[in-house]
Design a protein around this ligand. Sequence first.
Ligand SMILES: [Zn+2]
Length: 370
Amino acid sequence: MKVLEIKQDMYKFDDTDFQPHGGGQPADRGKIKSKSFEGNVLDVTKEDSKIWHKIEITKGELKKGDEVKAEIDMPRRMKLTKMHTGEHILFKALQTFLPDLELDKIRLDEDESSLFVIMPNLDWDVAFKAEELANKIIFENKEVILHKVLKEKANEFKGLRIKAERIKEPEIKVIEIKDFDFSACTGTHCKTTKEIGSLIITHLRSSGPGKYELRFKVDNLKEFLEFSKLSRQGMDILGTERDKFIVTLNNLKENYEKFKKQAREATINQEIEKEEFNGIEFYFHIFEDADKKQLTDKANSVMKENTYVAFVNKTEKGNQLLLFGKKAGDLMQTLLKELNGRGGGKDRFAMGQFDKTAEELISRTKRLIA
Ligand SMILES: [Zn+2]
C-alpha cells in the first residue's frame, strides 16, 4: 500500500486492512514496514470515511508516495473479534430476560471486557440465566451474517439494535446472529458463534444509579474452573453441600452482622469509671474497636458543666484518646506535645493518636486535669 497523506504522526494509505476503533472495539495494532522504514501502529481512526493510522516510528521515515507493507497483530484482532461477537450475544441474552434493558456503552479488551447497561435492577440470578443462554447460542454454532443495506431499509430487520443518529454513511452494516439477534455494527465479528468458545460473566456491579457493569471473558474455560474451585473450597470450609451453600453463606453473613452489632452494643453499655476531685467529675474507660459516634453519645450522656471524659479506643492503628470537656482542645495540645502524638481538636472535643499504653494515656490525662 502507498502513503497518500501525512498529518503529524497520522498517516493515510491508499488502502488498508487495519480496523479503526469504534463501537467499543479498540483499533487494530500492528506494524508498517518497508526496506528503510519501520513503525508501530498505535491507533487507527476513521474520519469522514478516511482512515488514519497513528504511527510511532522506530526506524527511518515515511514520505508521501512510499510503498509499505502492513502487518496486523492478528492474534489480538482475533481476541477482540471473539469479545465483540460475545458482547452482541450477551447483550441480547440479557435483553431476552429483561426487555427494558438498554445499552449504556461497551469497552472491549483482549482479556476482559465490560458491558455497561441501564436497568433499575440487575442481579446474579438473571445474569446467570443470560450467561447460560449466551453459552447455548455459542455451542449451537449459529451463523454470524453481515448484511450491508441502505440506512432507510434498516427497519426491515426485526428488533434491530441501532444508533441511527451516529451513522453518517448512507449504507449500514447489520450483524445478524442467525435466529437470535440483529445489531448495526462496524466492528469485526466471528463467522460462527462456536469460534467464541465460551462466555463467562466475571463481575456484576452497580456503576451508578440504575446502571450496571458486567465484566466478561470469552474462550476461557479456565476461568470457569477457577470459579468452580472457589465455590468447592467455600463449601468445604462451611462443611455444606451444594444445594445449601448459598443459604448457609447468607445465614453466616446475617449472623456475623448481628453479632457485630451486639458486640458494639455490649462495648458501649459497659460501665465507665468515675473519679471526683476539686469539684470536677472525671469519667474514663478503655474500649476496644468502638465506634466514634457511639463513644461521643456515651460521653454526652454524662456530660455536665465541670465534667471531663477520657476514652481510649484501642484500634488496629493504635490507641486513640478521645477527650471531652471544657478545655479539651488545650489539654490535648499539651498531651500531644508531651507524648509525641498526632491529632487536635476544639473547645469541647479533641482526639489524638498515641504510641502509648491505654493506661498511661488515662493517667496522664487525669494528672493534667487534677
Ligand atoms: Zn459488533
